[in-house]
Design a protein around this ligand. Structure first.
Ligand code: SF4
Ligand code: SF4
Length: 256
């Protein structure tokens, strides 16, 4: 993506969106307890299912070509998954992740909201590393996801119009791409005191009881260069051709 293209994606109504965020529930995100933010996250996941339910996609059970070690997520999502694993006796999954941690994996240098902010200012984003592993996700077992019901948005938003294992690549509807970016921005917003990073790095951070406790109390220190700080929404990235069609989705997100 060139910076010009990204600049053209910045929503012209940004100021009004930010004003609405401040007026509605998501504006007070700093004051929310962790349980409230987890509840908002669940509602965002539910809304995404609703918005994408009529799209023509080839995704089905045991189709796992998209399950690679390159998924990213927020610390809020990592907290949800780690808690789920521990309370369901799946803590062994942390060991599987640790045993495969030497694999090359995508580590983002920048979050979606930071990218939007840089583009709004006309600054160039940093180059992301393009070479990474296409092996399986470290938690995938027998082509099934053991944490399916709490999988991060980075997994949920991978919806292809054709079977990627046959075609060798995914084909995502352009409007779905716009919706995906929007949802990523809102999920980062509700974890704006937290961090984003590769699935394995975030989950290993949250494997520690102490880190989970600090995260819950908003006292988690910067965990190191593998993770990047999240940012609140300053501007939304919506291409001009989708601005009208996406408005009901933005309204639904603002009404969560
Ligand atoms: S994105 Fe591709 S590989 Fe993943 S479930 Fe859908 S069709 Fe299968
Ligand atoms: S967490 Fe689950 S859905 Fe996501 S890449 Fe791994 S196995 Fe696939």
């Amino acid at each position: 993506m060139t910076n010009n293209f990204l600049n053209s994606c910045i929503a012209s109504s940004a100021n009004s969106i930010i004003a609405q965020l401040h007026l509605r529930n998501l504006g007070g995100i700093d004051q929310m307890y962790l349980e409230q933010r987890l509840s908002v996250l669940n509602k965002i996941y539910g809304l995404y299912n609703h918005v994408t339910k009529n799209l023509d996609v080839a995704c089905k059970k045991s189709c796992a070509a998209c399950c690679t070690p390159n998924v990213t997520m927020t610390t809020l999502e990592g907290y949800l998954i780690a808690n789920h694993m521990i309370s369901n006796g799946q803590a062994v999954v942390f060991e599987n992740i640790q045993s495969k941690i030497s694999r090359n994996r995508f580590k983002p240098k920048i979050t979606t909201n930071r990218l939007a902010d840089l583009c709004m200012k006309g600054d160039d984003p940093p180059e992301e590393e393009k070479k990474h592993s296409n092996k399986s996700c470290p938690v995938l077992k027998d082509n099934l996801c053991p944490i399916y019901e709490v999988r991060p948005f980075g997994c949920r938003c991978f919806i292809s119009k054709h079977d990627c294992s046959k075609a060798g690549y995914a084909e995502i509807d352009p409007f779905a791409m716009t919706v995906n970016t929007l949802f990523m921005q809102f999920i980062e917003h509700i974890d704006s005191m937290g961090f984003s990073g590769n699935f394995s790095d975030v989950l290993l951070l949250m494997a520690s009881k102490e880190n989970r406790g600090n995260y819950k109390m908003n006292t988690l220190n910067y965990p190191g260069a593998d993770l990047v700080p999240n940012l609140k929404i300053k501007v939304l990235m919506v291409p001009p051709e989708h601005r009208i069609k996406v408005k009901p989705v933005i309204d639904a997100l603002l009404n969560i």
